[in-house]
Design a protein around this ligand. Structure first.
Ligand SMILES: [Zn+2]
Length: 240
């Protein structure tokens, strides 16, 4: 069981993250569970996802209901995956083998590189045609020979390696259509998923504040100081 977001944190996250791009929201969420002193922006994406999955599990449970359309027969499917199914195997409690710099020899170059981090995603403009190149270049710590930008071919070799050196950077579901049996892999963005839930939870809370403040004349902090169980009672009483 992971850490649970408090109501205060939910409201704070919603307020701080509104208007920010998805990578910034992912980091905001992860910051709430990161060990003190850990800069979540520097974590390999798999470790960032692991934190987000812990937070999701602790705050909203281990089951993640998802909707997807079969790419073969278009049938809409509802599947529920568990946080464990989304965790990369062996990802937990391993002190980041993926954090050590890695070496690649290709096309006459020797390149020292590292896995992608949340800060990399934050730094790029996803709409730019250069986004992929910029992203991959950020992984390069050193190259021999240095100087000029690395050829596209070398960067693509790094891209191919990234999935192996940081399994769990992409959380992927293996799905099979119950109607046509077509199997496929669907990406699930844990940060976006969790953000939508935080947003929903914040809106629900604010509605509760609004209703109770109006009926009883309480202030926002007074409403939030009432326990969720008692608040439910008052809300029911108000509705009835
Ligand atoms: Zn199908």
């Amino acid at each position: 069981m992971g850490p649970e977001l408090t109501e205060t944190q939910v409201l704070h996250l919603w307020e701080t993250g509104a208007g920010h791009a998805p990578p910034a929201r992912a980091l905001l969420l992860a910051e709430t569970v990161a060990p003190p002193g850990e800069d979540v922006g520097d974590l390999p994406l798999s470790e960032l996802n692991a934190l987000l999955l812990d937070l999701r599990e602790g705050s909203f449970g281990a089951a993640l209901p998802c909707a997807a359309d079969c790419p073969n027969c278009d049938e809409p499917l509802e599947v529920t995956v568990t946080a464990d199914e989304l965790r990369a195997p062996g990802r937990r409690n391993i002190p980041g083998p993926s954090r050590a710099p890695l070496t690649l020899r290709a096309e006459g170059y020797e390149v020292v590189y590292r896995p992608l981090t949340g800060r990399d995603l934050l730094a790029i403009d996803p709409a730019s045609p250069e986004a992929r190149r910029v992203l991959l270049s950020r992984c390069v710590l050193a190259s021999e020979p240095g100087g000029d930008p690395l050829p596209e071919k070398v960067l693509e070799r790094i891209a191919q390696r990234l999935a192996d050196v940081d399994p769990g950077a992409d959380t992927v579901l293996s799905l099979a259509c119950p109607y046509c049996r077509h199997p496929w892999a669907a990406a699930l963005d844990v940060a976006a998923y969790l953000w939508a839930e935080v947003e929903g939870c914040a809106r629900r809370l604010l509605h509760e504040v609004h209703t109770l403040a109006r009926v009883y004349g309480w202030s926002e902090s007074e409403v939030l100081a009432v326990s969720p169980a008692r608040r439910r009672f008052y809300l029911e009483a108000t509705a009835g």
